[in-house]
Design a protein around this ligand. Structure first.
Ligand code: SF4
Length: 247
């Protein structure tokens, strides 16, 4: 049913089914006391029906024409953390120097002689062989194929999709992002793993922020919101952070 038909129905109802129409030229007879009261009740009832009809019409009214094409469906506001916009703005300010370890790392630092060598070396060798054999020396372009490579988890897969393919497939969540999201109550309930945190963040965080959030929070976790003894006194979020007390 379109808005026009709704209005037609409600208008015809608002005329009142019990009203008798007078013939042209017919004089209105003076109302007796009981009749006058009944007429007033009818009149009030009619006004209430008209008001109700007007309210109903609003729900069907389209902003750009009767068909309502190109209008966005109304969406109920979902859950989002309190103060998250201000907290994010504060983290951006604290990270404006771009001087955290994460800001200095690039592909040229892949070979890290101080890194625990055991599994990383093994995974790099295995993955290199697979990439040569199956992907012509390139890397796969889907999260499913990336996580199938030895030693590649969801965090690295989403990072690779963003950096290598320019596709934002999900939020890359490591231990820093996981810890800070829970301290700031950016998850609806406490999460137990980075994957759980990723799902919880993706439920409310606007998609245009998914790519930025990893580097921002990793550096923040390296410099200020440390795993042990975070530097709350130096943190711009200390007044807004539920975890600042008692740390
Ligand atoms: S106040 Fe402390 S716990 Fe909260 S975000 Fe800042 S550094 Fe982290």
């Amino acid at each position: 049913m379109n808005a026009a038909s709704v209005r037609m129905v409600t208008r015809s109802r608002s005329l009142g089914s019990g009203s008798r129409q007078r013939a042209v030229g017919e004089e209105a007879a003076p109302l007796q006391r009981g009749e006058a009261a009944a007429e007033r009740r009818k009149s009030h009832s009619c006004v209430r029906r008209q008001q109700k009809a007007q309210r109903l019409n609003v729900a069907y009214e389209a902003s750009d024409g009767e068909k309502g094409e190109n209008t966005e469906p109304l969406r109920a506001p979902g859950w989002e953390p309190q103060d998250w916009r201000q907290q994010l703005a504060n983290i951006r300010t604290m990270r404006s120097g771009k001087d955290a370890p994460v800001d200095q790392l690039g592909a040229e630092h892949c070979y890290d002689p101080s890194a625990p060598p055991k599994n990383k070396v093994k995974y790099i060798k295995q993955t290199s062989a697979i990439l040569q054999q199956r992907y012509d020396g390139d890397i796969p372009a889907s999260v499913a194929e990336l996580v199938a490579l030895p030693g590649v988890g969801p965090k690295m897969a989403h990072l690779a999709m963003a950096v290598a393919w320019g596709t934002v497939s999900g939020i890359a969540v490591d231990t820093h992002v996981h810890r800070i999201a829970n301290r700031l109550r950016w998850t609806k309930k406490t999460t137990k793993s980075p994957e759980e945190t990723r799902t919880a963040l993706e439920e409310w965080l606007p998609r245009e922020l998914w790519r930025e959030i990893n580097g921002l929070l990793v550096g923040f976790g390296q410099q200020t919101c440390l795993p042990v003894r975070p530097r709350c006194q130096a943190c711009l979020n200390r007044a807004l952070c539920p975890a600042a007390q008692g740390l």
